[in-house]
Design a protein around this ligand. Structure first.
Ligand SMILES: Cc1cc2nc3c(=O)[nH]c(=O)nc-3n(C[C@H](O)[C@H](O)[C@H](O)COP(=O)(O)OP(=O)(O)OC[C@H]3O[C@@H](n4cnc5c(N)ncnc54)[C@H](O)[C@@H]3O)c2cc1C
Ligand code: SF4
Length: 512
């Protein structure tokens, strides 16, 4: 008797662990569009379209290789609605004797899988996901006994492990990290290349119709779907990034501009996270361009750091800290997520731009997520639970393993400084420096207090003031608390009063 080989929606890689050593004459591969996964949060419509279409294309690719595939479509009469239900049903249907899976991306799914052996009364093997460069145990070994888990040191280990951008045991160019060169704002007259788009084929068109019908109440727009849904097209996105954007990726990594959601970023997060691309191949391709074509080191290193540094690090941290990480709320932030996070209807232009683009594209680049949306959530004191759920819903690349450490660790400082050495809090001046959002805003970024002052300005000080018992002792916050201490008392009092008024309005979902 053969094995049931389960492939999840984010495991669409031909040599994913569950498929290794497959016996095509006896084994059956199961892919299933199940209600429990599609709706445990109300994922952006474009995320569901992307994943269902990519799964359907992947099933074709497997059949072309001669694999037996059982594909359960969302509307099939005998769809069991959950992964466990589907596994049980297909085991019996095909008279199979064991289940082979790849380690899932989310703790929730792992906990479910771990109950299957007992429920199904057959062996269930969960294999390590070897698409990641660092295995869960590797991260734990690195992290154990350390007081601080800084990404930078983990990243250096990854560089050494892969011999990536290394010369005679030393980092290329003499430095590990060129981030200081990657903070330019976008000049007025620069052409940002068109992002790569694909017209939906018949498979994708059918999925769009399905999602519009079955997931009508989910967040986001379904029109203008243009993402790749096959490995070949995802590779095309990567190649075009390397040809057209990589050289300036570093320079403008932190820049934002009105009407420019794509900038010089790669737009491959959703492909990496679903398995259409793998981190190692992406890293090797980009490294090769550095040596073969002389792409700028600040761009190449900056990009590789995101993929083998941040991406691997947050995955390691997630599994190191789960379960429990999702409950953390170091700053005891309590405010509910304001309604405008779903509509984009706010007078704060930076937030309105980033939310509207998120709604349209299921995408925002890192600095929009971190320094506009996240910064606001932090300084306004929005509750981690609701902020995490929002981020998990709205982005096509969102899975808890990567979303949670970025939100609770990087953005909200909810883990008390495990990931970040200090909160990424900033006033409107940062947004004004890195974008042109402030030019057409209702509020004035230059004003610190008063009805038309930029809310980021007074909320920043309000945040520092109300959290000083928890943050003052942080050695990286000393200077800013000294500045606060030297501030004219009436100026500080005005900012705190404006902060109070604004937060009351926010709590009442008033127009802000
Ligand atoms: C609050 C917040 C939430 C985020 N949620 C997610 C998420 O749910 N899923 C997700 O993949 N990324 C998330 N990120 C990280 C990052 O913003 C996205 O990976 C990136 O914007 C995807 O766009 P891109 O492919 O154009 O990335 P690029 O800027 O071109 O970067 C290249 C790749 O590096 C990796 N990467 C970059 N930064 C990070 C990071 N901080 N953590 C992990 N990987 C990184 C991604 O795989 C990305 O595709 C989040 C960041 C923040 C601040
Ligand atoms: S003025 Fe303030 S609220 Fe308006 S866009 Fe600038 S930073 Fe955002």
């Amino acid at each position: 008797m053969g094995a049931l080989r389960l492939v999840l929606a984010d495991q669409l890689t031909l040599n994913v662990a569950a498929l290794q050593g497959i016996d095509v004459s006896t084994d059956v591969v199961l892919l299933a569009e199940v209600h429990s996964e599609a709706s445990y949060v109300k994922h952006h419509k474009k995320k569901i379209i992307f994943l269902f279409s990519a799964m359907r294309h992947f099933a074709h690719a497997l059949r072309d290789k001669g694999y037996q595939v059982h594909y359960t479509q969302y509307t099939d009469d005998d769809n069991q609605g959950s992964l466990g239900g589907e596994v049980a049903k297909r085991l019996t249907q095909y008279d199979l004797s064991e289940v082979i899976c790849t380690h899932p991306g989310e703790y929730r799914v792992l906990a479910d899988m771990q109950t299957w052996t007992k429920q199904l009364d057959c062996p269930v093997t969960i294999r390590d996901d070897d698409r990641f460069i660092a295995q869960i145990e590797d991260f734990a070994k690195w992290a154990d006994g350390k007081k601080q888990l800084r990404m930078e040191f983990f990243y250096r280990e990854m560089r050494k492990k892969l011999s990536c951008l290394m010369q005679d045991g030393q980092p290329e160019g003499g430095k590990w990290n060129y981030d200081a060169q990657n903070r330019k704002s976008l000049p007025k007259h620069i052409d940002v290349p068109q992002h790569t788009q694909f017209a939906p084929d018949t498979i994708t068109q059918a999925v769009i119709a399905l999602v519009e019908k079955e997931f009508a109440d989910h967040f986001g727009d379904s029109d203008n779907f243009h993402y790749a849904t096959t490995r070949a097209d995802a590779l095309r996105v990567l190649d075009v990034f390397i040809e057209e954007r990589l050289a300036l990726f570093g320079d403008y990594q932190d820049a934002m501009a009105e009407g420019q959601p794509w900038m010089f970023h790669s737009h491959i997060g959703l492909y990496l996270n679903s398995g259409l691309l793998t981190p190692l191949e992406v890293t090797q391709k980009v490294e090769q361009v550095f040596y073969a074509q002389g792409a700028p080191l600040n761009a190449v290193e900056g990009f590789i750091r995101q993929v083998i540094g941040w991406r691997e690090y947050v995955r390691g941290l997630y599994w190191y800290k789960m379960p429990g990480y999702e409950q953390e709320n170091f700053l005891e932030a309590q405010l509910a997520l304001p309604e405008f996070f779903w509509t984009g209807k706010t007078k704060m232009n930076c937030l309105s731009q980033c939310i509207t683009e998120t709604k349209e594209n299921a995408y925002a680049h890192h600095i929009q997520r971190l320094m506009v949306l996240g910064n606001f959530a932090l300084i306004a004191g929005l509750t981690p639970e609701e902020v995490n759920e929002w981020y998990l819903i709205v982005y096509a690349d969102a899975y808890e393993w990567v979303e949670l450490p970025n939100v609770s660790g990087m953005v909200l400082f909810a883990d008390g400084g495990v990931l970040a050495s200090k909160p990424y809090a900033a006033s409107g001046a940062y947004i004004n420096k890195m974008s042109n959002y402030c030019k057409s805003c209702h509020y004035s970024v230059k004003e610190k207090t008063g009805q038309t002052a930029c809310p980021f300005n007074y909320l920043y000080w309000h945040f520092l003031h109300r959290n000083q018992a928890l943050l003052r002792s942080n050695h990286r916050m000393g200077m800013i608390y000294n500045t606060m201490g030297k501030m004219a008392p009436d100026k500080l009092a005005d900012m705190l009063a404006d902060g109070d008024t604004f937060l009351l309005k926010l709590a009442g979902n008033e127009d802000v």
